[in-house]
Design a protein around this ligand. Structure first.
Ligand code: GCB
Length: 600
């Protein structure tokens, strides 16, 4: 009966899965046309471009991009006379007026496009935070929910050679039932925050593929290739010339071919981030990707990379642009952030608290940095709301769809600091089985709950631990929880025989603010926390990774303290201007020691 109610409820939930084709996952290997640059925008706090004065959706909204046809016609908006914003980019940091804005902004871009015969055309968005309604030439293409994952719509039939106008209503109002929900500790940057591009494909094309080592194996490649279009029965070939691989498979009537072969490969690792050119060729289409191959698994409390125990020397990162501020979106941003992580001695990054832009994972692949990737199931999601679950599942699907071929990604994380309840456990178990069905090869984790057994013992027995491969815990001993010395007498216990990654620890310091080691907000206090933390971390027998919070200061509306925070979370090891704080060097010293020891 319960499941019947759930099924009925799910049927009533507005569809968050916008595209019919599925995500086009390799945009780099395709003929693409960038729509980045200046877009005309209308700020619409009352959404009068969408609703009429009775608050009913209007069929004559701003998406029509209307122009008066006579001198008497009344039209109260004009994109072409409106201000512009740069895409990709958040709106908050482009103009002071929108710094704290949460609501709707309409974006318009005009373009010409000569589509070649026998092709299909899609418009692809790297991300739009949070809710996007997309229109081409006045017709609605669809809606997408979720601020950090890509989506696309087919426009083959609607596009014309000249004078197209693409209109997107982007709304970043927070909602109790959304993912994330109302309360977060990061800035709700709105807008078309990542690249927008047109993607041309053949009429039947390689829509998606997964080519990875089977879990636990170092020479057995498995996966699949999926075609979309009319000619679904084809022979497809997977070629890796450098490894002498040339294997053919047949697709079934749904356009799906299973891939399965043995081969001898140089494995990807932080020391040797080997990427192979992989060609996926169908009769009607062909693609190239750069793919690394490695195995990742656990054995007892160990994490094994390519069969060998490894310690994840990590750091957390928010998707904030180094130096410039605002949402990061470019390859250069990714290279700067990941180079700082490398300088710290990291071989691992936790990309908090949502999927970052694709450059981050592509660069991590290239630079040899392992990645923990997560969805914004953060703090107090509506666990009992089927629409919220469907939304979280969809964000997880889109995250895995985009990054499942990246060797760098070793962990999918389901959630961050979510309070214990039966409803929460069943929600997260649902996400776990969804993730395993989409990607059986990677490890699953979450930043879980833990508690004090007594004043000197922290206990990890969150029931979620049973279903995860790697335990994650955030702790702020020395900051929210006592003074730095408190770490000295603290021991950690776990109910599970599994590896632990300490997925957050740290404290705030304003760069250049000095005092003694017990004066809050000073670099010395933060340094003190790290010194005592490292002592404690070294004593945890099942610890297999650390990710201090956080690489750089980041904006947060919850952090108003004047002269110190000024709406920045100051837990960065590096300031928002790129200056390294004292704690950076404490962490760097420890990571260098660990690195030396791993070489011995
Ligand atoms: C946490 C959260 C993180 C916050 C951090 C803090 O536990 O996971 O999102 O920013 O603490 O600074 O309080």
């Amino acid at each position: 009966m319960k499941s019947l109610i759930l099924v009925t409820l799910l049927a009533l939930v507005p569809c968050v899965r916008a595209q019919q084709i599925g995500l086009i996952t390799n945009t780099e290997g395709r003929k693409t046309t960038s729509l980045d640059g200046q877009w005309q925008v209308i700020v619409d706090p009352y959404e009068s471009g969408y609703y009429n004065y009775r608050y009913q959706p209007s069929d004559n909204g701003y998406f029509k991009n209307a122009k008066p046809k006579s001198k008497s016609e009344l039209i109260e908006y004009d994109f072409d006379k409106s201000a512009t914003l740069k895409v990709p980019g958040d709106w908050n940091t482009q103009t002071d007026q929108l710094f704290f804005y949460e609501g709707t902004v309409w974006y318009k871009k005009s373009f010409d496009y000569q589509r070649r015969p026998d092709t299909r055309l899609f418009v692809y968005f790297g991300a739009a935070n949070y809710l996007a309604d997309v229109y081409l030439n006045g017709e609605k293409l669809g809606r997408h929910e979720g601020g950090f994952t890509p989506f696309n719509f087919e426009i083959t039939k609607l596009v014309r050679d000249t004078g197209n106008f693409l209109v997107v209503k982007v709304d970043n109002k927070r909602r109790l039932d959304a993912v994330p929900t109302l309360m977060t500790d990061w800035w709700n940057y709105g807008g078309l925050t990542r690249e927008v591009k047109l993607i041309e494909t053949p009429t039947t094309f390689v829509n998606d593929y997964m080519v990875q080592l089977q879990r636990g194996s170092r020479d057995h490649v498995t996966g699949w290739v999926k075609l979309a279009g009319e000619k679904l029965s084809q022979r497809i070939t997977v070629r890796i010339p450098e490894a002498g691989v040339n294997k053919s498979f047949a697709t079934d009537g749904n356009g799906l071919a299973k891939v399965d072969f043995n081969t001898d490969l140089k494995l990807w690792s932080p020391e040797n981030p080997k990427l192979y050119e992989v060609f996926i060729e169908a009769e009607t289409d062909g693609l190239r990707d750069l793919i690394g191959f490695r195995s990742i698994e656990t054995r007892g409390a160990d994490i094994l990379l390519n069969g060998r125990p490894i310690f994840l020397r990590g750091v957390c990162i928010h998707e904030e642009a180094p130096l410039r501020g605002g949402r990061a979106y470019s390859r250069e941003d990714a290279v700067t952030l990941l180079s700082w992580a490398k300088e710290l001695g990291a071989n691992f990054v936790r990309l908090a608290h949502y999927p970052h832009n694709e450059f981050m994972v592509r660069e991590a692949d290239r630079m040899g940095i392992m990645v923990w990737s997560e969805i914004p199931v953060y703090w107090t999601i509506q666990w009992e709301n089927p629409a919220t679950l469907e939304n979280a599942r969809n964000q997880l699907s889109e995250e895995i769809a985009r990054d499942k071929n990246r060797a760098a990604v070793v962990i999918w994380s389901m959630a961050n600091e979510t309070p214990l309840s039966d409803a929460r456990l069943s929600f997260l178990r649902n996400l776990i089985s969804h993730a395993r069905s989409l990607d059986p090869t990677r490890l699953l984790s979450a930043a879980m709950e833990r508690h004090y057994l007594d004043p000197k013992t922290q206990m990890i027995d969150d029931p979620l631990g049973e279903f995860l491969d790697v335990l994650g815990c955030n702790e702020y001993v020395g900051w929210y929880d006592g003074l730095p010395e408190k770490a000295d007498g603290l021991d950690w216990k776990s109910k599970y025989q599994k590896p632990l990654v300490m997925s957050e620890f740290g404290g705030d310091a304003l760069f250049g603010h000095h005092g003694d080691s017990l004066t809050r907000w000073t670099e010395e206090y933060q340094e003190n926390i790290y010194q005592h933390q490292i002592g404690m971390l070294k004593r945890i027998p099942f610890l297999r990774g650390t990710a201090p919070w956080i690489l750089t200061d980041f904006r947060s509306p919850r952090r108003p303290l004047p002269g110190i925070q000024d709406y920045w979370n100051r837990k960065g090891l590096i300031s928002d201007r790129g200056e390294k704080k004292k704690a950076f060097y404490v962490m760097q010293r420890w990571y260098r020691e660990l690195q030396e020891r791993s070489r011995m």
